[in-house]
Design a protein around this ligand. Structure first.
Ligand SMILES: Nc1ncnc2c1ncn2[C@@H]1O[C@H](COP(=O)(O)OP(=O)(O)OP(=O)(O)O)[C@@H](O)[C@H]1O
Ligand SMILES: [Mg+2]
Length: 544
């Protein structure tokens, strides 16, 4: 052990190390001059290193009513690279808890006024992650143990051994860091799924979660818009689950699936004999949803007659069954969804404007998966876990190639399409990871094309391979010559030059027989250009 660490900082207020009787905890502090001699700093710690570069290791607040002890400890810890503040008692420490926001409070237990225990409690109230280490007189271990029961991380008996002190500080700050990290991780995971079953950590989805949580408690009608498969029904369920009606029913009705007459009867119920086949009276979904939520999916598809009846219900909260004249009152919150542009339907006279405004008290737009690309891999991982479990398979993850395809595919069918693709991939997957071969051709398409269109090796000229590489890279960069040049490690000029050749245009310089040959390759019907998604080789260069 280095000699400097073996030395002790002897805290004033405690008897000399050789004295058998320790001062009893809470004895009045002795401030006599003799104590200054009891603070013995290791020689190489005497002069604090001023202005150490870099951020401090952590912030430590030292609270002790004995001035010499405070100063000695503060000096020691500053030398160790900590930011240090001191306070003479609990009350004086209080404002420093807020201003200085210490990571650790190193406090004497027995001080006049506010005790170390009370201070510790205050510190934890302000920040539960503040580490408290208490200092106690030799022979007062019971008090220290009591402090630990109340949340102190550890205790030190005076006189304090420097290396013991530093070990405790390092260990407790490391534990604190790990706790914070674990907390952050949990927070991040929870953020990725802040609403049960709904995965997403993109800014768009976070905002959407906020809106859902904000509107759920009210009774306001909500209109959920978004492309097919974006998760509108899931959002509707979340609104119900987070509302005071959660213990009531959530009733769903898919409006587009029913004819006008059936829809009306499904929604409002019917009396016996109201129409052919109406044997017996029946409650509609509105009545079933009493005290809960009614989710009307594909609301853009309802007929004008049903629109009027629904409008009346939304205005007056009452309705009659089909074929009946008894007015029924129910307490139902309506959440509707559509993948159609309702406002346009209003403009075209196909949807009542008054109903539109009644439904649209709050609008929640669910963005397409294209608009929140950062959620794609998160969702893919979520569905992988789900379907591996469902199928009793141990599929661990995705190969890089598969993940790359998944990330690049535009997902026109949104989350539903992604879910189906992953489910299928889990089922067909034979190894521990999903490869791009497990993906359907539409998703793995570009890779399959690449394999088909790639000139065979051996059997191709360098010119053919170069042509393939240039066209394929341009396809990937969406025609950006500069990005393609970066990726290929050649100049944009070279790409432009080659493109003119491939398109049959005259290159700027004299054409060599070799170039002539390349031009012929470019014009060949068996050239890979056909496999490049209609890419126009003459086109790209627009970003230059
Ligand atoms: N953010 C998400 N997290 C987890 N699963 C999701 C998410 N979004 C959608 N899904 C899943 O995708 C599928 C389609 O979602 P949903 O039925 O809610 O979409 P939709 O917008 O109502 O589609 P449509 O307009 O075709 O009715 C469901 O299986 C749903 O569980
Ligand atoms: Mg739906």
């Amino acid at each position: 052990m280095p000699a400097r660490l073996a030395q002790r900082v002897l805290l004033s207020g405690i008897v000399q190390p050789n004295e058998p009787e320790a001062r009893k905890e809470c004895a009045p502090p002795d401030t006599s001059a003799a104590f200054s001699q009891n603070v013995v700093l290791p020689t190489d710690r005497r002069s604090p290193v001023k202005g150490q570069p870099g951020a401090p290791r952590a912030r430590v607040l030292i609270v002790d009513d004995e001035a010499n002890a405070r100063t000695a400890l503060a000096e020691l810890l500053r030398d160790e690279g900590f930011a240090v503040e001191t306070a003479a008692d609990g009350f004086k420490a209080l404002p420093k808890l807020e201003e200085f926001a210490p990571d650790m409070v190193l406090t004497d237990l027995c001080m006049p006024g506010m005790s170390g225990l009370d201070l510790m409690r205050k510190a934890r109230e302000l920040d539960p992650e503040t580490v408290s280490v208490v200092m106690t007189a030799h022979g007062a271990v019971d008090t220290a143990v009591a402090a630990m029961r109340q949340g102190a991380a550890d205790y030190l008996t005076k006189p304090i051994v420097v290396d013991e002190l530093l070990i405790i500080i390092d260990r407790e700050l490391e534990r604190r860091r790990l706790r914070l990290e674990a907390g952050l991780l949990r927070h991040r995971l929870a953020d990725g799924q802040r609403i049960h079953n709904i995965v997403g950590s993109s800014p768009e989805m976070r905002e959407l979660f906020d809106t859902v949580l904000q509107v759920s408690p009210s009774r306001a009608s909500v209109l959920i818009t978004g492309e097919s498969g974006t998760g509108k029904e899931l959002i509707a369920a979340a609104i119900h689950e987070h509302s005071p009606r959660a213990s009531g029913p959530l009733i769903k009705l898919h409006c587009a699936a029913l004819s006008e007459g059936l829809l009306e009867s499904e929604l409002f119920g019917h009396e016996h004999g109201a129409f052919t086949g109406a044997a017996g009276a029946r409650d509609g979904r509105l009545k079933q949803a009493d005290g809960g939520t009614l989710f009307l999916d594909e609301i853009g598809d309802i007929s004008p007659a049903v629109q009027i009846k629904l409008l009346r219900f939304l205005q007056e909260r009452e309705f009659e069954r089909v074929g009946g004249n008894q007015t029924i009152k129910v307490d139902v919150r309506v959440v509707a969804a559509t993948n159609r542009d309702l406002q346009r339907l209003v403009a075209q006279g196909m949807f009542r404007e008054d109903l539109f405004y009644r439904l649209n008290v709050v609008t929640i737009h669910v963005p397409s998966l294209r608009e929140r690309a950062s959620d794609v891999t998160l969702l893919a991982a979520h569905f992988l876990r789900k379907y591996s479990q469902d199928n009793g398979k141990e599929v661990r993850g995705f190969t890089e190639g598969a993940l790359d395809r998944i990330a690049r595919y535009p997902w026109p069918g949104n989350v539903r399409e992604l879910e189906n693709v992953i489910e299928r991939a889990v089922v067909v997957c034979r190894g521990r990871d999903i490869t791009f071969e497990d993906l359907p051709p539409a998703v793995a398409g570009a890779a399959a094309n690449a394999r088909e269109g790639m000139p065979p090796v051996p059997g191709s000229t360098v010119a053919e391979l170069e042509r393939y590489a240039i066209l394929k890279t341009l396809e990937y960069t969406g025609g950006s010559t500069s990005r393609a040049a970066d990726m290929l490690g050649i100049s944009p000029r070279k790409i432009q030059y080659r493109m003119r050749e491939y398109s049959g245009g005259p290159p700027r310089s004299n054409r060599s027989p070799a170039l002539q040959q390349r031009r012929e390759i470019g014009n060949s019907p068996s050239s890979p250009a056909g496999g490049l998604s209609g890419h126009n080789p003459a086109g790209p260069a627009s970003d230059e």
